[in-house]
Design a protein. Structure first.
Lengths: 391, 288
């Protein structure tokens, strides 16, 4: 008989041990939106946004959550697939607003950025777009922030490094014919021209699956190099495969969004890719940067999805949650004000700067060190770190 | 001239692939009167089944293609027999059912395989080069298989009792039933043949291009465009239109670029609908 209370105490103690180490205030939960294309050819980029938001949320929750109105609140990530379209992102802003979500990590593409800006402003939401649009930020949308600079911030450095390995006099750029393609390819083209390289631009309808006719058209111009610019990684992989099948032996570049691993996989491997140069949003060879994936696995018990883009998106998510605790609220205007006062620094990526005043007239763009990758004769030479300077 | 020949070769190759897809699509419309919005889903499924057979079961690629055809045909048969058959004369209901099936297939594949492209390569690589002209070996094999499948389908439809039965149902269901033909047996069979063709195309083409959960979307658009051009429900029209679409796409993309190339195709279909609404073959097989 005397054993029963002892057993109850033991069971109670065991139950206590299984509870999470952190304690959140009852009924206090803050939802954080994660938006981007989570299906289709650009899915990798949207899923990276979600993985970055998940990791930032897990880190904060481990420390007790965000501080809102004196309470410790658990952060819950709500993903939204905006399908790389303007209407998808606009609908996403409304859908998240309907769930009382004021802070969004994302969206990704230029069409999405164009779609979300006015709607998120009306819904009073902070949003972090990662697009390379020429108008990714505008002073009339002060709640919009930018995850990193477009090609005007790094294309020149990548081209100069590529020219050391692959001397070139002419380049053909290929990209989708919407804003997500034209905004980047045209800026890339200017950067090539500034380095004395002649350029041609070829655009295709998003959704194209067979690039053989376009490859034939490109090769008729006999370019020294072909740049896949902002083509989704799946498309870029097919383009590379069909270029090589057609007998093209020159260098292939990618002055656009991340996705080299998928390009390698779809094209058929490093031997097919052969000579390749690309921009990385962060220095991907840095062990501290790579440790982000280990941290994700440790806290979430699964692999992050999205490749190197997760690493580039993470600082925005971390800074946003930190700004919530500083502001003591998830009100978008208060969080935006707190963000503007914070130094640009990330425990894994390092120190950066607020930028964007020169290009957009509003300094709400994160600028961190980035990377330039080179594959030569089928051998991956790695990603070199490129430092940045304040504007 | 080199560019002209290259564009023609690409156009023929595209045309054969589009023909396989369009024949299945138009077969279902011609016989059942159903616009199959899940056609792209069966294309994707064919690719994923073949990929799974190669990657996880270690089957040789040709066997994997056969398994993909069997699996997509079986799913099509079951879907028609147990779901579509009950509402086959309700156009709105069949539209929703097939669209729903497409969403189930694409979301299911996304959940199981993830959003990224699979590493799925065609077993034969390289190209035959004749000066500046090139023909990928894999395209030659796919072209041969596509043409064989089209010929086999023609033989079944025009040289067998089964084909005569299917065509009789397409021409006039009431009279065909009065003659003793059984739609409950033939409809699922027709649906299975069509989805098997879509699965075959997916298993053949996705290793050449790419395999991800979004690859079915453009398939539906291309199939629709092709069968409208050929005459909705007309098998000969679909085959002819598929090669017209492939060749127009190749030439317009090579000479005018990727953006205008897509536009040329839609303008062509628009003009045809204005001046010849019944399509290239000019015969209404069934009243929709």
């Amino acid at each position: 008989m005397t054993g029963e209370p002892t057993m109850k105490r033991q069971l109670f103690a065991a139950a206590l041990l299984t509870l999470p180490a952190t304690a959140f205030a009852d009924d206090c939960e803050m939802k954080l939106g994660a938006m981007g294309p989570m299906s289709g050819g650009a899915a990798q980029w949207g899923l990276a946004m979600n993985s970055a938001a998940e990791l930032a949320a897990a880190e904060v929750n481990q420390e007790g959550g965000v501080k809102i109105g004196g309470k410790s609140c658990k952060v819950v990530v709500v993903p939204y697939d905006s399908k790389y379209t303007a209407d998808g992102a606009a609908a996403g802003s409304n859908a998240l607003a309907a769930q009382d979500i004021h802070l969004i990590i994302g969206p990704v593409g230029s069409p999405e950025a164009t779609g979300i800006k006015p709607v998120a402003a009306r819904n009073e939401q902070v949003a972090w777009n990662a697009s390379y649009a020429k108008n990714a930020l505008e002073p009339k949308f002060p709640l919009m922030f930018h995850i990193g600079p477009g090609p005007s911030g790094w294309a020149d450095a990548v081209i100069k490094r590529a020219m050391q390995e692959f001397p070139m006099k002419s380049v053909a750029l290929i990209a989708p014919n919407d804003q997500g393609g034209t905004d980047i390819a045209s800026v890339d083209a200017e950067a090539y021209k500034a380095n004395g390289i002649t350029t041609t631009e070829e655009y295709y309808q998003r959704g194209t699956t067979n690039f053989a006719p376009i490859v034939t058209r490109i090769l008729a111009g006999k370019p020294d190099a072909v740049d896949t610019a902002s083509s989704p990684p799946g498309d870029a992989g097919v383009i590379v495969k069909q270029l090589r099948l057609a007998g093209f032996t020159g260098a292939i570049g990618r002055l656009g969004g991340p996705g080299t691993a998928e390009i390698v996989r779809v094209s058929g491997g490093l031997d097919v890719l052969k000579n390749f140069y690309w921009f990385e949003t962060v220095p991907t060879e840095d062990p501290k940067v790579r440790a982000i994936d280990d941290e994700y696995r440790k806290l979430l018990g699964k692999d992050p999805i999205g490749g190197t883009a997760v690493w580039a998106d993470l600082p925005a998510a971390r800074m946003t949650l930190k700004a919530v605790s500083i502001a003591g609220t998830d009100d978008a205007k208060a969080v935006a004000a707190a963000l503007r006062t914070m130094p640009v620094e990330d425990p894994n990526i390092g120190k950066g700067f607020w930028a964007g005043k020169k290009q957009f007239g509003i300094a709400q763009e994160l600028q961190f060190p980035f990377g330039v990758g080179i594959i030569k004769d089928g051998k991956n030479l790695g990603v070199e770190r490129q430092e940045v300077k304040p504007e | 001239m080199d560019q002209f020949v290259q564009a023609a070769l690409i156009g023929i190759s595209l045309g054969a692939q589009y023909a396989l897809l369009a024949l299945g699509f138009t077969l279902i419309f011609g016989i059942l009167g159903v616009v199959n919005f899940s056609h792209g889903g069966f294309y994707m499924l064919g690719g994923y089944v073949a990929y799974s057979c190669v990657a996880f079961l270690g089957l040789p690629y040709p066997l994997a293609v056969l398994v993909a055809v069997a699996a997509t045909a079986a799913l099509g048969w079951v879907f028609e027999l147990f779901l579509l058959e009950r509402l086959v004369d309700d156009h709105l209901a069949t539209l929703m059912l097939t669209l729903g099936l497409y969403l189930v297939i694409s979301t299911g594949l996304l959940t199981v395989f993830g959003p990224l492209s699979m590493e799925f390569a065609f077993p034969v690589t390289g190209a035959l080069h004749m000066g500046p002209i090139y023909v990928p070996r894999e395209n030659l094999i796919v072209l041969a298989v596509c043409l064989t499948a089209i010929a086999a389908l023609w033989l079944v439809l025009y040289r067998t009792d089964l084909g005569r039965g299917l065509r009789a149902l397409a021409d006039d269901r009431a009279v065909a039933m009065a003659q003793g033909l059984r739609p409950k047996l033939l409809f699922p069979l027709a649906f299975a043949i069509a989805t098997g063709l879509a699965g075959l195309t997916g298993a053949l083409v996705t290793p050449i291009l790419s395999l991800s959960p979004g690859v079915g979307d453009p398939v539906l658009a291309t199939s629709f465009l092709t069968v409208i051009l050929g005459g909705l429900g007309s098998l000969e029209g679909a085959a002819l239109a598929a090669f017209v679409v492939g060749i127009v796409e190749a030439f317009s993309s090579v000479y005018f670029g990727g953006s205008i190339g897509a536009l040329v195709l839609f303008v062509l279909v628009l003009l045809l609908l204005v001046f010849r609404p019944t399509g290239l073959m000019g015969r209404t097989v069934r009243g929709a």
